[in-house]
Design a protein around this ligand. Structure first.
Ligand code: FAD
Length: 499
């Protein structure tokens, strides 16, 4: 049995781990201690999520509306991608399925058939979250829905510092000990496992098992255990970001993130209740920090409300998520640029994998290997999904877009693109964070057409299918017009205290 756990780092990753393990180990006699350093601080960015955050919060028993209130949060139906396919283009990635299948056939195969018959409706016409987003409206999905159209996913925008604070309160209430100390060194045992972390005041903390949430420093997994890092920079060349919050003007609150392709990367706009988060993710060999900062400020809705937060990173993952008696979560474990807001999701997914393979001491290497394989796949699928956003662009106007359009992509991704092109099949594997409809969104948004469709579509009653498409479009239009404006929804059900 593991009797003691040390979590190193008190950012979103560290406090997520502390809260999750406090709940998981509630009935066992395991001492959990989290060490962080207020003097070092946290990365201070990360405001958007994917729907899996529901599962994590539900596991902890956090009430949704209370979570929104305490984190200055808003609802997120998806991401609007502007200027990605080409300048002036726009498409929306919703967290939900499109339409309803017909006579056992997948919806998108039916739509492909309809298009062959000159139906000119757009994929977006069959998505309730997109219709809601277009009107800046929000409604929670109906759990007892009569129509599958009203069963969609959504996520949140939130202040990650406030989220970490909420998780901290949760963890401490359940017995997690907290030390504010600066780690100066890591002591290894004779067998090479981590024995203790040593503080700059001369004291130390021993534990059976360690969770490295020390951010980009990766003090244990890399600093002490030399695990190695697999770089994905040849596919994801952006290596820098600058972020600023600014004031939000009342009047409209978008229930989505905006990601806009720019000269040497892309910018984000994330609406919270008390502010708008803005950032530019860019390739530094193609754009200087100053130029990125000016470009970002020029497109912000109001003046910066804080000084710029600059970050440097290398896209990639630690070669092993779990090495000896240590698991790395969050930025210590790797980083994929925040284009689809996947980092906090990976923290939560990593915790889920850790619980699935929960070890004893000494660690059974077979379990660690299984967990590593699972988590590696999870990260690689997300990597492929993000690379897709670059590879499919038709832009050739700047060096970045010329480079990414010409690059070779991982075989796993090329295989998905080729398969979709040839027959419209949306491949799906184990450990996927993004469902087929997300891949469909990208192919459609970037204008990748399926060259043929599932031949079984020819056997369905096509006139009835075309009629059903019309009914779906009308239902989406009607349901979206009945929902409350997002700003009113938040003000009514989960207003945060004034900042
Ligand atoms: C530009 C950018 C934008 C992002 N946007 C998103 C987003 O929209 N959505 C999303 O899900 N994720 C996003 N992320 C990722 C997200 O910010 C992180 O995944 C998340 O905040 C977790 O960070 P962390 O806890 O791993 O690291 P950090 O927040 O850096 O925390 C590290 C902790 O380690 C402690 N520490 C370090 N060294 C020592 C030491 N020597 N002694 C003691 N303590 C130490 C620090 O005090 C701190 O508590 C973004 C990241 C970047 C860079």
């Amino acid at each position: 049995m593991i009797r003691s756990i040390a979590i190193v780092g008190g950012g979103t990753a560290g406090w997520s781990a502390a809260a999750c393990l406090a709940r998981f180990l509630a009935k066992r006699q395991t001492k959990i201690t989290l060490v962080d350093s207020a003097a070092i601080g946290t990365v201070g960015v990360g405001e958007a999520s994917v729907p899996n955050i529901h599962n994590f919060n539900a596991w902890l028993g956090l009430d949704e509306l209370d979570f929104i209130e305490t984190t200055q949060g808003t609802f997120k139906l998806g991401i609007r991608f502007d200027d990605w396919r080409e300048r002036g283009s726009s498409f929306f990635h919703p967290f939900g399925k499109y339409g309803v299948g017909f006579e056992g056939m997948e919806f998108h195969q039916c739509l492909a058939k309809a298009r062959e018959l000159k139906d000119d409706s757009a994929l977006a016409d069959y998505s309730l979250p997109i219709a809601l987003a277009r009107g800046d409206r929000f409604a929670q999905p109906l759990l007892d829905a009569k129509s599958p159209l009203t069963d969609y996913g959504y996520a949140y925008h939130f202040d990650a510092t406030l989220y970490a604070r909420r998780l901290k309160r949760y963890a401490i209430e359940r017995g997690v000990a907290h030390l504010d100390r600066r780690i100066a060194d890591v002591r290894l045992a004779e067998n090479g496992d981590i024995a203790a972390v040593e503080f700059d005041d001369g004291s130390s903390l021993q534990a059976d098992f360690f969770i490295d949430c020390s951010g980009f420093r990766a003090l244990l997994i890399e600093g002490a255990l030399r695990t190695g890092y697999e770089s994905w920079q040849r596919w994801l060349p952006c290596d820098s970001a600058v972020a600023f919050p600014c004031e939000r003007s009342p009047g409209s609150l978008s229930p989505y993130t905006v990601a806009t392709a720019r000269e040497a990367g892309w910018t984000w706009k994330i609406p919270l209740q008390h502010r708008v988060g803005n950032g530019y993710v860019y390739a530094r060999d193609l754009l200087s920090d100053d130029a990125a900062t000016s470009a970002l400020i020029a497109q912000m809705p109001s003046a910066p409300a804080a000084s710029p937060n600059y970050q440097r990173f290398t896209a990639g993952m630690r070669k092993r998520f779990w090495n000896r008696n240590c698991v790395a979560l969050g930025l210590a474990g790797g980083f994929i640029e925040p284009l689809e807001s996947t980092s906090i999701n990976l923290v939560h997914r990593g915790l889920s994998v850790l619980m699935d393979y929960w070890p004893g001491i000494p660690v059974d290497e077979r379990r660690a290997a299984a967990a590593n394989r699972h988590f590696e796949l999870e990260q690689q699928h997300i990597r492929d999904f993000i690379i897709l956003h670059y590879k499919l662009t038709a832009r050739r106007d700047t060096e970045l877009w010329r480079q990414v359009a010409a690059m070779d992509v991982p075989d796993s991704l090329q295989h998905r693109i080729d398969t979709f092109r040839s027959c419209g099949t949306l491949l799906q594997y184990d450990a996927e964070s993004f469902k087929p409809e997300s891949w469909l969104t990208m192919f459609n948004g970037f204008g990748v057409l399926q060259e043929s469709f599932d031949s079984r579509v020819n056997d369905i009653d096509v006139p009835r299918m075309l009629g059903a498409l019309g009914v779906i479009r009308e239902s989406v239009r009607r349901a979206s017009s009945e929902a409350l404006p997002h700003e009113q929804f938040v003000a009514k059900f989960c207003p945060a205290p004034r900042a």
